[in-house]
Write a protein that binds this ligand. Structure first.
Ligand code: IPM
Ligand code: MG
Length: 356
């Protein structure tokens, strides 16, 4: 089985190195090939997603991705910015289904900014649509306004769009995921204002009839943002569009104590996937060996489970992560009094040691 390893920018290379170390320790028949992506690829090849990197990603059975982005690329034209690499991979490989679990490990309850009784034992899953919405909808651009109060003034515009088949396929993913959990789906939209959301809600309600064992509820996105901090444990699976999912998944991440703990999977219809930590490239701490590699290590576990059919090995990694937390190992982002502070690479070593 072939894995494309795309470390990217900022802390990407350090954290991906730990996940690779853990995968190697499992001694599986995996062939791992590394390629540059994001700003790192722009520096060597003049483009954030060079053809050779895209070809490798297409040929691989799964992709292990670090993070992209650094302030030094902020002045580049949009199509050359590091973020275009991840957006391009999602689109070119039709990775439309994004799984973002938010789990609050009992050892880390104190690291959350919310009260322990609100977040203790939290285990929710955000299913975010990843190929449509205002992220990719055309037309978009900056032009001179053709109408309205400020006709002729420069204006920026983007288009929010979802077709029925796009909503249907993400609905099926969410309902199927709920069947393996607590059988509740909350669909988040803004149907009191947006036509796109009205169609979204209609389709969700229709597809729900095929999953009579799963309970569907609907919530406006502003209320969902509030309920996520008020009573996050009332959710099981949240399904939402690309933009709302981007925002709500960062909010959900903070419920768990640290965004440094959260893995994610982006899958196509055949379960080929890209696996990345939910956090970004954190250029401010890059190269210091202090970043938390656990989200990337847990992403590698998701990769084994979803794309490579190696559920037992995935579980070994997840158990090892729980073991190192129970042993008191903490990177800076999740450290609390009385724990053992470790570096990025020491955390990777601790997980390897806990595998056996
Ligand atoms: C994410 C990120 C990306 C997104 C950026 C880097 C384009 O915020 O994966 O959530 O907006 O989807
Ligand atoms: Mg985001």
């Amino acid at each position: 089985m072939k894995i494309a390893v795309l470390p990217g920018d900022g802390i990407g290379p350090e954290i991906v190195a730990q996940a690779v170390k853990v995968l190697e320790a499992l001694k599986l028949p995996l062939e791992m090939e590394t390629a540059p992506v994001g700003g790192a690829a722009y520096d060597v090849a003049g483009h954030p997603l060079p053809p050779a990197t895209l070809d490798l990603a297409k040929a691989a059975d799964a992709i292990l991705f670090g993070a992209v982005g650094d302030w030094k690329y902020d002045t580049l034209a949009r199509e050359l910015r590091p973020e275009q690499a991840i957006l391009g991979l999602r689109k070119h490989l039709s990775l439309f289904a994004n799984f973002r679990p938010a789990i609050c490990y009992k050892e880390l309850t104190a690291a959350s900014s919310l009260k322990p009784e609100i977040v203790g034992g939290l285990d929710i899953l955000i299913v975010r649509e990843l190929n449509g919405d205002i992220y990719f909808g055309s037309p978009k651009g900056i032009r001179n306004s053709p109408d309205g109060l400020f006709t002729g003034a420069r204006e920026g515009f983007d288009t929010m769009r979802y077709s029925e088949p796009e909503i249907e396929r993400i609905a099926h993913v969410a309902f199927a995921a709920a069947r393996k959990r607590n059988r509740k789906v909350c669909s988040v939209d803004k149907s009191n204002v947006l036509e796109t959301s009205q169609l979204w809600r209609e389709v969700m309600t229709r597809i729900a009839k095929e999953y009579s064992d799963v309970e569907l509820s609907h919530m406006y996105v502003d209320n969902a943002a509030m309920q996520l901090v008020r009573a996050p444990k009332s959710f099981d699976v949240i399904v939402t569009g690309n933009l709302f999912g981007d925002i709500l998944s960062d909010e959900a991440a903070m419920l768990t104590g640290s965004i440094g703990m959260l893995p994610s999977a982006s899958l196509d219809k055949n379960n080929k996937g890209l696996y990345e930590p939910s956090h970004g490239s954190a250029p401010d701490i890059a190269g210091k060996n202090i970043a938390n590699p656990l989200a990337t290590i847990l992403s590698a576990a998701m990769m084994l489970r979803f794309s490579l059919n190696l559920a037992n090995e995935a579980e070994r990694i997840e158990k090892a992560v729980q073991t190192v937390l129970a042993q008191g190992y903490r990177t800076a982002d999740i450290d609390t009094a009385g724990m053992k502070r470790v570096s990025t690479s020491e955390m990777g070593d601790a997980v390897v040691a806990a595998l056996s």
